[in-house]
Design a binder for this molecule. Sequence first.
Ligand code: 5GP
Ligand code: MN
Length: 340
Amino acid sequence: MTIIEPAVLHALTNANQILCISHINPDGDAVGSLLGMGWLLRHMGKQPTLALQDAVPHEHQVLPAAATIITAQAANYRSDVQERAFDLVISLDGSSPDRMGNAYNSAVHGQAPLLVIDHHITNTFFGDINWVAPECAATCQMLAYLADALQVPLTGELAECLLTGLVTDTLCFRTSNTTPAVLEVAQRLMQGGASLVDITQRTLNRQPFAMIKLWSLILPTIQLEDGVIWAAADQPVFAQAGLPVGDTGLSSYLVTADEAAMSAVFVQKQEPAGSTSVECSFRAKPRYNVAQLALSLGGGGHPAASGCTLAGTLAEVVPHVVGLMKTARREQDRQLSYAQ
Ligand code: 5GP
Ligand code: MN
């Protein structure tokens, strides 16, 4: 059980105009915790505004009230999110201010206290009130404890949203941060009516054929050296697969190689200003850690899953980052051998 500071409960109880936001390129924990917070606040008699810079991924659009999330594509994004004054802003599942994207407008929203609720070890405590619980496997797990503190039952829509984040962030209870407490929360959410099989089928156990096609185009680039496995993709492979440039989900697969301690997938993106950037997605086997690596490169994440975005091309970024990964892997092996 995680301690909830009285300041968190106080902020929620006293605010009425509440904006809830989560991170750019939202995943299951981002959408699940955003919607979960919406259900919690409505239970308290409030009518929060839920917003995201980027679109809700297709597989999460069926979550209860997902259609109420205002994203940058919506005509009322400026008036009802970016230019509207609130008396509390809640950032969910974001480890640093840049993760909020343009859903947070400091000129307007800076007038209100910012409540940060997050489980990343790399959190920079950028809020006025920070509830950061790295012992939790998902922000959705934290919200289950918040529901307990607010005496809101873990049932119905709330349970479905929270179990979605717990399932997706733990890869269905397979990551090393899947503690008995995680399973206990999952059990309570299932007892409250959330379907584990439906959520797993909708999220982890499916993808469009185009994604498998994309993997077939990226996998020929794999390399393995010194316990580090990596692959790289530029815009043309996404176009060839018929997908927008984005997450590939491949780094979790690459790290399953017996010979690898860490994996990376590098995706080159075109920036609006004409320059290029490279999104790096890292994974580590249990006992290895890629959180500090990502943090040192301006990103963040968890010991077993992290990421960052760097300016430059694949030719510039990949050798540099792979070099850092090899050094980190060697250093961590040395520490692990001391520990034995
Ligand atoms: P993924 O590889 O699934 O995109 O991301 C894995 C983890 O790294 C997630 O917890 C995500 O929050 C974090 N992460 C990925 N990219 C970035 C980034 O650019 N900045 C920060 N701060 N965290 C990131
Ligand atoms: Mn999360």
